[in-house]
Design a protein around this ligand. Structure first.
Ligand SMILES: [Mg+2]
Length: 130
């Protein structure tokens, strides 16, 4: 199975780094979608099948917390696994999001191995199935 992955970050450089790192992990990717803020991210989610979403916290127009709250209110979108990728250091903020249901948190900058692990964990991939 190849995955459709959404990357929501206001920095095109960070989006490019996540895409490059995804390639390095060898995770099978069907299509990568990008969005520069939470509002655009929600539009992509409403219009496409997404298997996993990487979401930044600090973005203009709509930040990651608001976007994730909208997702969790939605009958369909609340099932999409979300990994927060942020420099946000607030443990309280991250714990609140984990309680709400995000699958994981990756602190920027990150190593390919950390991304791979969090993808496996989020998608429920068994190591011995690979
Ligand atoms: Mg940002």
């Amino acid at each position: 199975m190849a995955y459709n992955i959404l990357i929501v970050d206001d920095s095109s450089i960070i989006r490019a780094v996540v895409i490059k790192t995804l390639e390095l992990t060898g995770v099978p990717v069907n299509k990568i979608f990008q969005a520069e803020n939470g509002k655009v991210g929600l539009e992509v989610l409403h219009n496409n099948w997404i298997d996993l979403a990487f979401v930044d916290i600090n973005m203009p127009v709509m930040g990651g917390v608001a976007m994730i709250e909208e997702m969790f209110k939605d009958d369909l979108l609340h099932t999409v696994p979300v990994v927060v990728v942020s420099t946000e250091g607030s443990k309280t903020r991250i714990n609140e999001l984990i309680e709400k249901g995000i699958k994981g948190y990756l602190r920027k900058p990150f190593q390919p191995e950390a991304l791979r692990d969090i993808i496996d964990q989020s998608l429920g991939v068994q190591k011995d199935e690979e």
